[in-house]
Design a protein around this ligand. Structure first.
Ligand code: MOS
Length: 718
């Protein structure tokens, strides 16, 4: 028996390819440069180059804009400003907002003279070359009328209650009588944590090429969800949906920043229409910090009340996060708290403060990532106050423990919940027994060594998706859907799924993604991609196979079938989440307070793992992001002008290889029959959930200093 056989034998009947660590199908194309990204597509006519000019004030209005010199500049084809840009739909909060609508609503650029945030696009210069366009942009003269902007969250006394949190979750929840129960609890934690603005920076910056043929436009770009871009472009330009085609076969990362269409796409589409010539527009890395979304900052009050045995009586998680004045976004920071631990008295609350920045957007594990930094730190504080092991504290507050297995908030059963197993297995593999409960107790020379842990929870979603499979006469199976592979491994796992259902070798399967002319899927986001697109492919293959059974062979003209998946009633009967436990060991220098993460281990229960190799990559990426969230990442807003100051990768600190010690991951064997046809759960965002809190708790364990203001930069320890 080879090691692969051992993996396969765990997979249960019917699955040979699923569960195997198949190498990335698209790996060779990517490393040889054959894979084309948004800016690189070859279009028929010679492409013109757009350069975005951004506003140099944070709030106000353009009084005058003089583009004469730029227009006459050599090689310049067009200078587009709010004065000559084609008509678009107007900004404005829609009155019939559905959870989905936030992804597709019209988002005009150069629509009027208002400046809503610093570096907002105020002109697009289009030239024969990029350099010609950029040089001309420098000669545009702008006069502004400034308005006093709100750029200081600390001064933001006025907060307000949004109608609903992101993705349609309830804004507030309460159960029992929190205030009284918390007041009477014998052991309490009442702590306020803050998290900073964070900026997602996929390797591939936001970029697009637009090409018109008559009334129809094709957009080549990198996006997580083609249907969102298509709807947003159609809605903003006020043209029929059918007139927009989106092509996105390869994407250099997204992390939530490519869920919706941004200015690059809209500006390329507008300019290409005016010029009747293809136009490409890319944001510079610096422009991305203002224009490609960011994670809002948050102020989170966590209140935990427990009895002396560590049983939680009251859980409160109240969040205020930032949003833009012109467009609302509420990160669902308190939502996971509703399902994580049991207590009779609970409250969660979301409030917003308006700032004059761009809108916040979804960033990997929106909600859980900042929320678990706070709540899982507070659980560590409670364990310390109780002198109880942090794992034992969490076990005592498992909703599963008394056999009821109900989601504390929704009162419905979990589809599966193996958090305890994650903590126990993780503790064993990590060597948790080496930890000293007393902070600062372990020293190696001038280093203090600390160990910390945190739980992880992340919802498991599925979204409506369709797929087509075409069996060609020669035996190649083409799998077609408008799904994306944002680096997660979609090409690979869809190949494995089709191979298993059709009982064909992976080499005979050709997965075609990233064209809106193919059947529509939910795209990549929210960790729903694999289950959604995969289930649609599974369904299509199952139907094709049934057709084949009635035939002597493949007909001369080939054979095709369509499949689909929707969110079923069965799905909604269960509270669906993936779980995990993170462990971290840090060394803190006694003299300089330098924090090094020596090693991390994460154990996860996420249903059947479709491909352990690509799954591990997802998880490891998330865990590294956890190190960033705990120790480094913060985008700083200039309180005077409203600019994000550290707007490049030299000054926006993320963990580099030298900042990441050893990382180990383990998946608990689990098949969740209630999740989907594979028994899998989403893992794209699970790795970051709780990872930062494990690091923060290790820092406390090393030093005895509890930093509640993230990131824990070293001056906070001195
Ligand atoms: Mo994710 S933040 O939904 O791409």
């Amino acid at each position: 028996m080879t090691s692969n056989d051992q993996i396969a034998s765990k997979n249960g009947p019917g699955f040979q390819q699923i569960g195997q660590p198949l190498d990335r199908i698209d790996g060779r194309a990517k490393v040889t440069g054959a894979a084309r990204y948004g800016y690189e597509h070859i279009v028929s006519d010679k492409c013109a180059f757009g350069y975005i000019l951004g506003a140099s004030i944070g709030r106000g209005r353009i009084v005058a804009i003089d583009a004469q010199a730029a227009t006459k500049s050599p090689g310049v084809l067009l200078v587009m400003t709010h004065k000559n840009a084609p008509a678009q739909a107007r900004f404005g909060e829609p009155t019939t907002a559905t959870p989905r609508e936030v992804f597709t609503r019209p988002r005009p650029v150069l629509g009027d003279a208002h400046i809503r945030y610093f570096d907002q696009p105020i002109a697009l210069v289009v030239g024969e070359t990029f350099e010609a366009a950029r040089a001309a942009a420098g000669s545009i003269d702008v006069r502004y009328e400034r308005l006093q902007g709100d750029f200081e969250p600390e001064l933001c006394a006025a907060t307000y209650r949004p109608e609903r949190t992101n993705a349609g979750f309830a804004t507030d929840t309460s159960a029992g009588g929190f205030a009284k129960a918390f007041a009477q609890a014998p052991v309490k934690v009442d702590a306020t944590y803050t998290t900073a603005f964070e900026s997602h920076n996929p390797m591939e910056p936001h970029a697009a090429i637009a090409q018109w043929e008559g009334d129809r436009v094709t957009i080549y770009t990198g996006t997580q969800t083609l249907a969102n871009v298509r709807a947003c472009v159609a809605g903003t330009l006020q043209i029929p949906l059918d007139s927009v085609r989106v092509v996105s076969p390869f994407i250099g990362g997204g992390f939530g920043s490519k869920l919706i269409a941004h200015a690059d796409i809209m500006l390329a589409a507008l300019a290409a229409r005016v010029l009747q010539r293809p136009v490409k527009v890319a944001m510079t890395r610096q422009q991305m910090f203002a224009n490609a979304g960011h994670r809002p900052l948050s102020i989170q009050q966590v209140r935990l009340g427990a009895d002396r045995d560590g049983k939680l009586i009251a859980i409160g998680h109240e969040v205020c996060s930032s949003t833009a004045r012109f467009e609302e976004f509420t990160e669902q920071t308190g939502v996971f708290t509703r399902s994580l631990y049991a207590a009779d008295h609970r409250v969660t609350r979301h409030r917003l403060m308006r700032l004059d920045t761009n809108r916040g957007e979804w960033m990997r594990a929106p909600g859980e990532a900042p929320g678990m930094l706070a709540v899982e730190s507070a659980m560590d504080e409670l364990a310390h106050a109780l002198q109880l092991d942090p794992i034992e504290l969490r076990i005592r507050n498992e909703p599963n423990l008394d056999g009821t297995s109900l989601d504390p908030d929704r009162g419905i059963p979990f589809s599966s919940r193996n958090l305890i197993e994650c903590m126990r297995r993780g503790a064993r593999l990590f060597g948790w027994e080496r930890r000293s409960a007393r902070p600062g107790a372990i020293r190696e020379g001038r280093k203090l060594i600390g160990h910390g842990m945190a739980a992880a929870i992340r919802p498991n979603y599925i979204g409506p998706s369709r797929a087509r499979v075409v069996l060609e006469p020669r035996g190649t199976l083409r799998v077609q859907l408008d799904m994306t592979d944002i680096g997660t491994g979609t090409y690979t796992i869809l190949t494995q799924i089709a191979a298993d259902v059709m009982q064909m070798p992976p080499a005979s399967i050709k997965v075609e993604l990233g064209d809106s002319q193919l059947p529509t899927t939910a795209g990549s986001g929210g960790s729903w991609g694999a289950a959604s697109a995969g289930s649609a492919v599974h369904d299509a293959c199952t139907k094709l196979k049934r057709q084949l059974l009635d035939l002597p062979g493949i007909p001369p003209g080939g054979l095709q079938a369509e499949g689909s998946v929707t969110r079923s009633a069965e799905y909604d009967r269960y509270s669906q989440h993936a779980f995990g436990a993170h462990f971290a060991e840090v060394a803190v220098d006694l003299d300089t307070a330098e924090i090094r993460v020596r090693r991390m281990l994460g154990a996860f229960a996420a249903g059947r793992i479709l491909n352990p190799k690509t799954a591990r990559s997802q998880i490891v990426g998330g865990m590294i992001w956890g190190i960033g969230a705990a120790l480094m990442e913060q985008t700083l807003l200039d309180p005077l002008h409203g600019a994000f100051i550290n707007h490049d990768l030299a000054e926006y600190h993320i963990p580099v290889n030298a900042d990441v010690g050893q990382i180990d991951t383990v998946f608990i064997e689990e098949v969740d029959e209630r999740a989907n046809v594979f028994g899998s759960k989403g893992i794209g965002e699970l790795g970051i959930c709780g990872a930062g809190a494990a690091v923060a708790n290790a820092v406390f364990n090393a030093t005895g200093i509890r930093v509640r203001e993230f990131p824990i930069t070293l001056e906070k320890l001195l």
